[in-house]
Design a protein around this ligand. Structure first.
Ligand code: SF4
Length: 361
């Protein structure tokens, strides 16, 4: 049965977890984040292991299944919201030029940082520490100057494009535990309504957001495949490595655009399909990494057959995700006819969210 609650925003969802729990988690995550930065200088091998062989392989799965958990406890998010929480921020509105291009900056940062991992961050603890410290500081400074999450989490963060793609149809809905109240700091806000944010982008009169997000989805499988198939420097030169990964991304985007022209499917279908392919590529290479991590930490050796079961589960999960996302779009179209979904989209596109929210809830 469809209703206007089919796509509840975070104010309409049930908040099952007490705020104090999130607060404790955030303090711990910020502490562990800075601990990791210090470790990357003092014991680089350990920091590199924890970051690249435990955190990074697990993070996309969390974004895919329960993105709200990560959005509520991410240390960058906690730092970004600290000025608001402790009431020392300036709460400025993002300048128009930054508002228009912040999401592009986030995408470019992601595209630059990922291949640079092969050249620098994979092997240099101090470089990883500097990267994390820079990201933490940018999140804090952005939170000090700009209102809501507009200074980092909802705009510039290089993880946001991935979160919006993988987290568009969460299996477990965990509502935004920040933003009390919502100050309407960005339009088409993912934290306001994860299920509708991408559809709101598609409906936006300003097509920049949706075009760049579609291109991001289109190039992601190529980026991941290139990253894992191209050898690391010094086996090839740094320039050749960037060129090859760029080539993989171009092929991927070309395929995406070709399919878009050939099969004029609805706006959400192709990015969703490419998102699922990227997710499977990632775990094709990272399930063995996780198995090796288990072995190194606990001496547990997983049989090869179990690894294939893992790949099968990732495939099944993403197939279900595609089905749920397509179904969501159909539901949206049904609701749009009765204008309930349209109201919700207008709501997250609006800058005066709290006022309009009261009309819907
Ligand atoms: S638009 Fe509202 S919900 Fe979204 S980040 Fe800004 S304050 Fe939070």
């Amino acid at each position: 049965m469809l209703s206007k609650q089919t796509f509840p925003n975070y104010m309409q969802m049930r908040h099952r977890v007490p705020q104090s729990f999130w607060q404790i988690c955030r303090f711990l995550m910020v502490g562990m984040g800075y601990g990791l930065i210090i470790t990357s200088f003092t014991r680089p091998e350990m920091a590199l292991f924890i970051f690249w062989r435990v955190i990074v392989p697990l993070l996309p799965l969390l974004m895919f299944v329960a993105p709200g958990i990560w959005r509520n406890v991410c240390p960058m998010g906690a730092l970004n919201q600290a000025p608001r929480m402790f009431k020392f921020g300036r709460s400025l509105t993002l300048p128009a030029w930054l508002k228009n291009y912040a999401h592009v900056i986030g995408i470019v940062l992601f595209i630059v940082i990922v291949p640079t991992r092969k050249e620098v961050f994979n092997t240099s603890g101090p470089a990883l520490g500097i990267l994390l410290f820079a990201a933490f500081t940018a999140a804090l400074v952005g939170g000090y100057f700009f209102k809501g999450k507009s200074g980092w989490c909802a705009t510039l963060c290089p993880l946001l494009p991935l979160e919006r793609l993988y987290g568009q149809t969460p299996f477990v809905n965990v509502p935004n535990a920040y933003c009390k109240p919502c100050v309407g700091c960005v339009k088409n806000c993912y934290d306001f309504n994860p299920a509708l944010a991408n559809m709101a982008d598609q409906q936006d009169a300003d097509r920049r957001n949706s075009r760049f997000r579609r291109l991001f989805a289109g190039m992601l499988p190529g980026l991941i495949l290139g990253f894992y198939l191209i050898p690391d420097p010094p086996q090839i030169s740094g320039v050749a490595m960037y060129e090859w990964i760029g080539f993989f991304m171009l092929i991927s985007v070309g395929l995406f655009l070709g399919l878009e022209v050939l099969f004029k499917r609805s706006a959400m279908r192709l990015p969703t399909l490419f998102g699922a392919i990227a997710f499977n590529y990632f775990y094709l290479f990272n399930l063995p990494v996780l198995a090796e991590t288990l072995h190194q930490l606990f001496g547990v050796s997983l049989p090869l057959s179990l690894l294939w079961v893992g790949h099968g589960l990732i495939f099944a999960l993403s197939a279900l995700w595609i089905y749920r996302t397509y179904r969501k779009e159909n539901q949206y179209q049904h609701l749009a006819a009765s204008r309930s979904a349209q109201n919700q989209v207008s709501l997250i596109q609006s800058r005066s969210i709290p006022i309009r929210a009261s009309k819907v809830s």
